[in-house]
Write a protein that binds this ligand. Structure first.
Ligand code: IPE
Ligand code: IPE
Ligand code: MG
Length: 242
């Protein structure tokens, strides 16, 4: 059965969709290509999914692009990913600005190479006055690191007498995270057949609906996105209630 946009309930589009963009390497391997070709092919999907989410009136799209653990990969692959990121910003920035997209990043930007930091900051600066969909790119992002950094920040506030221990609650703590000000993801999509979070938005995904597909990220299309949203609309989100 072909799933189309007509099948969606436009009143119940998830506000925030998070995607773990996985499977580029295996996509390339299946074709006898070097892994980096998979990453390149994945950029086309990023373009298509940003466009589709924006058309469907999704407000926030969080994309996991590089994890704190991805530094373990061969230097050659890490370098290629960093170059690809810079190149993509260079190629796409004008169109993103024209499409009213706001680029934000989450993760430890300071740990990225300087030339990457510069481009990323440029993308954030040049899109910050836009009013459309937020594309939140997770770069050098790790959920555990984010939580530990948040704990350090809140400890400093206690030591400096800005807050007392009794002021600390879930809401205040969430303001210490990279995602402060953003609502939690409603729907998390992971392609590539892996059924895990891989350290992505551990705090924020507490009540997120999860959707998995064996399709590799370069083969992921608008139709898969619509299918995920359609499944999401059938779910009963109880949040612990009855
Ligand atoms: C996801 O694809 C992209 C990044 C992690 C940067 P992978 O490179 O993890 O692809 P697989 O999982 O090896 O197929
Ligand atoms: C998660 O994918 C990180 C990104 C998609 C950026 P990985 O490919 O790094 O995750 P694991 O190693 O399979 O858990
Ligand atoms: Mg992977």
């Amino acid at each position: 059965m072909n799933i189309t946009e007509q099948d969606l309930d436009y009143k119940r589009i998830p506000t925030h969709i998070a995607i773990i963009m996985d499977g580029n390497g295996r996509w390339a391997k299946k074709r006898g290509l070097p892994r980096v070709m998979g990453h390149r092919a994945g950029i086309k999907t990023v373009r298509e999914i940003i466009k589709s989410c924006s058309e469907l009136n999704v407000k926030i799209l969080s994309l996991f692009a590089f994890s704190t653990e991805n530094w373990r990969r061969p230097k050659e692959e890490v370098d290629a990913l960093m170059d690809l990121l810079v190149l993509t910003i260079e190629n796409e920035l004008d169109e993103l600005i024209g499409n009213n997209i706001i680029i934000k990043t989450i993760g430890d930007k300071g740990g990225l190479p300087k030339y990457v930091q510069k481009k990323v900051v440029e993308a954030e600066e040049k899109t910050k006055k836009n009013t459309g969909m937020i594309v939140n790119v997770a770069l050098n992002y790790g959920g555990r690191k984010e939580i530990v950094d948040g704990v350090k920040e809140i400890c400093k506030k206690v030591i400096n007498n800005e807050i007392s221990i009794n002021d600390i609650d879930e809401h205040l703590f969430s303001q210490m995270l990279y995602t402060k000000g953003l609502p939690d993801p409603d729907l998390l999509i992971r392609p590539s057949g892996e059924l895990r979070l891989s350290n992505f938005l551990l705090w924020q995904n507490a009540y997120t609906e999860l959707w998995f597909t064996p399709v590799f990220w370069p083969d992921f299309t608008k139709e898969h996105l619509i299918s995920a949203i359609k499944d999401y609309q059938k779910r009963d989100r109880r949040f612990g209630n009855v």
